[in-house]
Design a protein around this ligand. Structure first.
Ligand code: SAM
Length: 253
C-alpha cells in the first residue's frame, strides 16, 4: 500500500469509534468467557488497537496495565486523546506502542491477556497466534477476532472474493485446530452479530463518505476507496449468513 492510500484510509477511519466490526457487549462477552483473574493487576496487550475501542473498554473493566499496539501513529495519538477524555488520570493505565504486530519487542511470559480485534489477519491468524504465544504467561488468555466462515459451503462469488482477499479465512473448527496445534486450549467461541457490522462499523463509514470525498474528492484514489467500501458493504449485505468475525478465546497451556 503506498503512502497516499494509507493517508486516505486513515482519513476515512480515524474519526470513527472503531475501525472494524465489533461491539461493547461482544467485548464484554469475550472478557467474561476469558474468565481472567482480576483480583490482582493484570498486564494486557491490545494488538492492532486502532483508535482504541477495545483498549478503552478493557481499561474501564479491568485493573490492568495495557500496552496498545498499532503501526499507525495517527491512530495511537487519537487513542491517547480519547483515553484522556474518557479515563482522566487513569489514562496512564494505557501505554501506546507504535510497532508492527509481526515484530513485537515483548519479553517471554510478559502478559496475562493478549487481545486483538479485527487485526490479526494483517499477519495471518496462524502466524500471529504462533508468534504471540511466547509473550503469554502459562495459563494466560488469548482473545482474537478473525474473519470466519459460518457454514461448511458458500456461494462461489463470495468464496472467490475471500480467496483473493484473505485465503486463510476458514470455519471456526479449523481455527480452533490451529490454536490447539500451537499449544492453546480453546475455551470459547462466538461470532459477531450483524449489528456489529452494520450499526457499529459500516453505518459511521457510510455517513462519512460525502465529507471524505469533499476533503479528498479530486483524488481518483479517494473515489476508488469509496467504491471499494460500498462494494464491501454490499457483499456483507448479501452474504451475511455465510461469514462474520469469529471471536476466539483460548488459554496458553
Ligand atoms: N482493533 C481495532 C478495532 O476493532 O477498532 C482496529 C481494527 S482495524 C480493522 C485493524 C488495525 O490493525 C488498524 O488499526 C491498523 O492500523 C492495524 N494494523 C494493520 N497492520 C498492522 C501491523 N502490521 N502491525 C500493527 N498494527 C497493524
Amino acid at each position: 500500500m503506498d503512502d497516499l492510500q494509507l493517508q486516505l484510509l486513515i482519513d476515512l477511519h480515524i474519526s470513527n469509534f472503531r475501525q472494524g466490526p465489533g461491539g461493547e457487549n461482544e467485548t464484554r462477552q469475550a472478557l467474561k468467557l476469558a474468565g481472567v483473574d482480576n483480583s490482582r493487576p493484570l498486564k494486557v496487550a491490545d494488538i492492532g488497537c486502532g483508535t482504541g475501542a477495545s483498549t478503552l473498554q478493557l481499561a474501564k473493566e479491568l485493573d490492568a496495565e495495557i500496552i496498545a499496539v498499532d503501526f499507525l501513529p495517527e491512530f495511537l495519538e487519537e487513542l491517547q486523546a480519547r483515553a484522556k477524555k474518557q479515563l482522566g488520570s487513569s489514562a496512564d493505565m494505557i501505554t501506546t506502542m507504535n510497532c508492527s504486530m509481526d515484530a513485537l519487542p515483548f519479553a517471554d511470559e510478559e502478559f496475562d491477556l493478549i487481545w486483538s480485534e479485527g487485526a490479526i489477519y494483517n499477519m495471518g491468524f496462524e502466524a500471529g497466534v504462533s508468534a504471540w504465544k511466547r509473550f503469554l504467561k502459562p495459563g494466560g488468555k488469548l482473545v482474537i477476532s478473525e474473519i470466519t466462515w459460518l457454514t461448511a459451503e458458500r456461494p462461489f462469488e463470495l468464496q472467490s472474493h475471500w480467496d483473493a482477499e484473505y485465503p486463510e479465512i476458514s470455519v471456526a473448527s479449523a481455527k480452533m485446530e490451529i490454536l490447539e496445534r500451537h499449544g492453546y486450549s480453546p475455551e470459547g467461541y462466538f461470532y459477531l452479530p450483524p449489528r456489529c457490522w452494520i450499526d457499529n462499523y459500516y453505518r459511521p463509514i457510510r455517513e462519512g463518505l460525502d465529507a471524505f470525498l469533499d476533503r479528498n474528492g479530486t483524488s481518483a484514489l479517494a473515489k476508488e476507496i469509496v467504491e471499494c467500501e460500498k462494494a464491501e458493504m454490499a457483499l456483507y449485505d448479501k452474504f451475511q449468513d455465510y461469514y462474520s468475525y469469529g471471536v476466539y478465546i483460548a488459554k496458553k497451556i
